[in-house]
Design a protein around this ligand. Structure first.
Ligand code: FAD
Length: 368
């Protein structure tokens, strides 16, 4: 029987699982190719603690090229710029074409607001997480001259980063002013009341300012301009707004949700093109439109994605992905502490970090 080509686009949290499983259970009918923009894949859950200096770079990233080699999967370091589902090929940034029989996408999300004038020129954007090392270096090397730190975005990422940078400056015996700015009226606006209460207390205790209801209109070299024409100065601007979609799916004329995330069904499969699968931040499941863009779902989806690709190949009935309504979430709150939330339990402290560290380190170990 002729081999089929399975192309995996992006080496995100879901595809990492596939790489490992296909390595452990080689499929003689499949020729597998992974295309990723980067050789390494960073684990976001550990990124704020990395900025603070708790973890090293190698502790928070996988070497996907190496994992592919071990799993006998072809690795191509490149960016996919188009998916032609009608003719079944992808285009790479250097105009190379790769044909496929089955394709799976796990390309994550980009930071919201990158199209705001000046952002790409002046802001240090958290994503892609490959930027983390240079962000950390810039913060440390400029700490004596850049003392006014502005974090755009008061969601989990911005909150974690603001606290971690404040903790790092203390460790370096330096004093910096950290401000979080958000278009919402509260920090962690999407979280429950208990988390909000704890987070407000933490930013107060750490003398972090919070500027509410500020929508950024433009970014200049030394200040941002809000929709109300207010100028807010900064010396170092970190961009940590929420998730947005890249233009890959719209540009490829694939069905997307209103935000540009690839539309899939409960089997993580495109309705129009049944050979197209996806998982993680880059998809929007028609039955669960408002699913949070969190790594937890990308990881939970990975097993279904793997099973469904194999079932599709065998012409078997596919498995349904059912997201859990409640899952354990631990937001890193610097100094080896965290805010844990599970069902009705919410608390802050070292125990939360110990649990988070255990989960994260074990996740990393699985793929090292
Ligand atoms: C600072 C921060 C902290 C976070 N902390 C947590 C947390 O504690 N817990 C949690 O659950 N979630 C957390 N999140 C959210 C989490 O990062 C995302 O939900 C998760 O990364 C999504 O995983 P993914 O597999 O969909 O994509 P990603 O992990 O983003 O991986 C996508 C990969 O695809 C590659 N790629 C993208 N486009 C292309 C292309 N065109 N061609 C080739 N390759 C491409 C990218 O370079 C990337 O390597 C955090 C996010 C941030 C920014």
């Amino acid at each position: 029987m002729k081999k089929k080509t399975l192309v995996l686009v992006g080496g995100g949290h879901s595809h990492i699982y596939l790489l490992k499983e296909f390595g452990l259970n080689p499929n003689s009918l499949l020729n597998i190719i992974l295309v990723s923009e980067y050789k390494y894949q960073f684990y976001s859950g550990m990124s704020a603690a990395y900025l603070e200096g708790i973890y090293s770079k190698d502790e928070i990233r996988f070497d996907i090229e190496k994992i592919c080699k071990v799993s006998k999967i072809k690795f191509i370091k490149n960016k996919v710029v188009e998916i032609n589902a009608n003719e079944k090929y992808i285009m790479l940034s250097d105009d190379k074409k790769i044909e496929f029989d089955i394709i799976s996408v796990n390309t994550g999300s980009i930071m919201y607001g990158l199209d705001i004038k000046g952002v790409r020129d002046y802001a240090s954007v958290i994503k892609p997480l490959e930027n983390l090392e240079s962000l950390r270096e810039k913060f440390i090397s400029g700490i004596d001259k850049r003392k006014n730190i502005l974090v755009a975005g008061g969601g989990a990422a911005g909150f974690e980063i603001a606290l971690s940078l404040k903790a790092l400056s203390k460790k370096l015996n330096k004093v910096v002013e950290v401000t979080i700015l958000d278009s919402n009226s509260e920090i962690l606006s999407k979280s429950n009341k208990k988390i909000k209460k704890i987070s407000k207390k933490l930013i107060r205790e750490n003398k972090i300012n919070f500027l509410a209801n500020k929508k950024i209109k433009e970014v200049f070299k030394d200040c941002i301009l809000t929709n109300e024409e207010e100028k807010i100065p900064y010396e170092y601007l970190l961009w940590a707004l929420g998730s947005s979609s890249s233009n890959l799916y719209k540009k490829s004329n694939l069905k997307t949700d209103i935000k540009g995330f690839l539309q899939v069904n409960i089997f993580l499969q495109s309705n129009e093109y049944p050979f197209l699968f996806g998982a993680g931040d880059c998809i929007s499941i028609d039955k669960y439109k408002n699913l949070k863009k969190v790594g937890v779902y990308a990881i939970k989806e990975s097993k279904i994605l793997y099973n469904n690709i194999l079932k599709y190949l065998d012409g078997k009935e596919l498995e349904e992905f059912v997201p859990k309504k409640e899952f354990l979430s631990i937001i890193y709150s610097a100094n080896k502490t965290g805010i844990l939330n599970y069902k009705n339990i919410t608390f802050n402290g070292k125990i939360a970090f110990l649990i988070k560290n255990y989960i994260d380190v074990n996740f990393m170990k699985k793929y090292k």
